[in-house]
Design a protein around this ligand. Structure first.
Ligand SMILES: NC(=O)C1=CN([C@@H]2O[C@H](COP(=O)(O)OP(=O)(O)OC[C@H]3O[C@@H](n4cnc5c(N)ncnc54)[C@H](O)[C@@H]3O)[C@@H](O)[C@H]2O)C=CC1
Ligand SMILES: O=C(O)CCC(=O)C(=O)O
Length: 487
């Protein structure tokens, strides 16, 4: 256990130093597997500290943007090496702070390292095109310039990967950043920032302010010196950020919820579909925006799929993610657990049949944690709340259909469009799904969760602001194109 983090207060990182908030208030960050375990204390900062961070970022960005891309890349490579060295410690802090199992936390931290290296290399790649001018004596080309100061507002479900997949591209293209992490996982995020500090980034290029979303969030989004805001989190908060940014002409990027379907066709490899459904729905306790929450199954294989799914779900071991042999950890917070339990109640009230799970786990090893059973509902119809709203917990809704046309229509019958999977061996089913599924990420014979850092990621409909993150797509958000005409 990472004793050295116990009872430590993690400060703000502003203009190259760790500083105390004027508020003097701190908040306990607790382990959702055992609320007596205090992971650390984080500050409840004020608008003044955000203003200081933005001012420092604005000043530092002037010199940062003048560096060669390869020089900025060298800092990112260093941060990657340091994070890699601290992988076990950072992953353990993540498991203690938000509950995902240690192997998952290690995987996420390794992903953070890989993202840093990917964007470090981006500093050596092209940023523009030569475009033939109609004037034969002129040279016309495009270049890209950074936005300036970027505000980064992140959730608790991927406390390492999400801040890094937003900060790394922002930095490599010459922006400076102010990170506001989710308060629930601010200790883990502070450890990521320590890696940036140790890598020697110039003072003010990377800043970090903790505090409540309703104070620190608007202080970032309303600051006229913040030119771009990148956000992942809930739809309500995301929409508010988008409106605030638009009203003052700032650029914004929002990644929000999902209600991701898996379609199981009659010709599917059912064992593969079961395995992927369980992994997609229950890994990270269902707390991924790409998590599987609806499974739409053709009638002829419905009963067999259901039986296999329940049998496999029975094998899931729930408990403290730091322990060996645990497959699923707790919900990340008491609030999140209560949200999940209230959706389960709603499912029962609206007439879905509870097939498996559905309860808060109790007993010696569970009483001090926020544990819920992996849960499967049968007889779900598309109009039910559990088939429409993002639950962000380990809850699956099974829906039976008579044809692939009906399956696709139901898969699209939600406000979200983030990720979707189909299990089939029939090429025409695959092609219709690729063509007609309204989602930013469609996967064939693979689980709905799973994002590759070098590929664009983002959703359709209410899942995003229609922009894409990661891979080369990040360049579109974190830079502006400049068209240059020389004669
Ligand atoms: N798309 C995703 O990956 C995520 C989706 N969610 C969804 O959101 C639900 C609620 O989770 P929360 O942690 O409450 O999400 P949230 O949207 O409130 O939090 C995300 C981030 O936004 C910040 N924030 C909160 N209020 C703000 C404001 N007024 N202005 C600017 N920033 C603000 C938070 O402090 C945090 O850093 C979950 O149950 C889940 O359905 C939550 C986390 C991630
Ligand atoms: O599935 C993933 O790895 C990414 C999920 C994600 O972006 C999120 O939950 O916010």
């Amino acid at each position: 256990m990472a004793v050295e983090t116990k009872n430590k207060t993690f400060k703000n990182y502003i203009n190259g130093s760790w500083s105390e908030s004027l508020s003097g208030n701190v908040q306990k960050s607790i382990n959702p597997a055992n609320y007596d375990d205090v992971v650390g204390y984080v500050q409840m900062s004020t608008k003044e500290e955000v203003d200081q961070a933005v001012a420092a970022a604005k000043e530092a960005q002037k010199a940062w943007r003048k560096l060669a891309g390869s020089e900025r890349g060298a800092y990112l490579y260093k941060a990657a090496d340091i994070l890699e060295k601290r992988l076990d410690e950072v992953a353990e802090a993540m498991t203690r702070e938000m509950g995902k199992t240690l192997p998952e936390a290690k995987g996420e931290t390794a992903r953070g390292v890989a993202i840093l290296r990917y964007y470090a290399g981006e500093g050596m790649r092209k940023v523009g095109d030569v475009i033939p001018s109609t004037d034969s004596k002129a040279l016309m080309f495009t270049s890209r310039v950074p936005l300036g100061v970027v505000g980064v507002i992140t959730p608790w479900n991927f406390p390492v990967a999400i801040p890094i997949w937003k900060m790394a591209p922002a930095l490599i293209y010459g922006n400076s950043v102010v990170l506001k992490p989710a308060q629930e996982t601010a200790v883990t995020a502070a450890k990521v920032i320590e890696c940036f500090e140790e890598a020697g980034f110039p003072a003010g290029v990377v800043n970090f302010v903790t505090g409540s979303g309703s104070v620190i969030g608007p202080a970032i989004t309303d600051n006229p010196d913040v030119s771009g805001i990148t956000f992942t989190g809930s739809n309500g908060v995301g929409k508010g950020i988008g409106q605030a940014a638009l009203s003052r002409g700032a650029k914004y990027q929002l990644e929000m919820g999902g209600k991701n379907p898996v379609i199981v066709a009659a010709d599917a490899d059912l064992d593969l579909a079961v395995e992927a459904t369980i992994s997609g729905a229950f890994r990270s306790t269902g707390q991924k925006c790409t998590a599987t929450s609806r499974v739409i199954i053709e009638a002829s294989v419905y009963e067999t799929f259901k039986e296999k799914l329940v049998e496999k779900t029975k094998e899931i071991t729930v408990g403290n993610g730091l322990q060996d042999g645990i497959w699923m950890g707790p919900s990340a917070s008491e609030g999140q657990l209560n949200t999940v339990l209230s959706y389960i109640e709603k499912g029962k009230e609206e007439g879905a049949r509870l097939l498996f799970g559905g309860n808060r786990l109790t007993g010696a090893e569970y009483d001090k944690g926020f544990y819920v059973e992996p849960t499967i509902f049968d007889n779900v119809t598309s109009d039910m709340t559990i088939a429409q709203e993002e639950i962000f917990g380990p809850v699956i809704a099974l829906i039976q259909v008579n044809s692939m046309e009906d399956a696709l229509a139901l898969a699209n019958d939600v406000q979200y469009g983030l990720s979707a999977s189909i299990f089939t061996t029939n090429i025409s089913n695959m092609l219709s799904f690729i063509e007609d599924m309204e989602a930013g990420l469609v996967r064939i014979n693979a689980e709905s969760a799973g994002v590759e850092l070098q590929a664009p990621f983002g959703g359709m409909k209410q899942s995003s602001s229609h922009s894409r993150e990661q891979g080369e797509a990040a360049k579109e958000f974190f830079t502006s194109i400049k068209t240059v005409f020389v004669k």
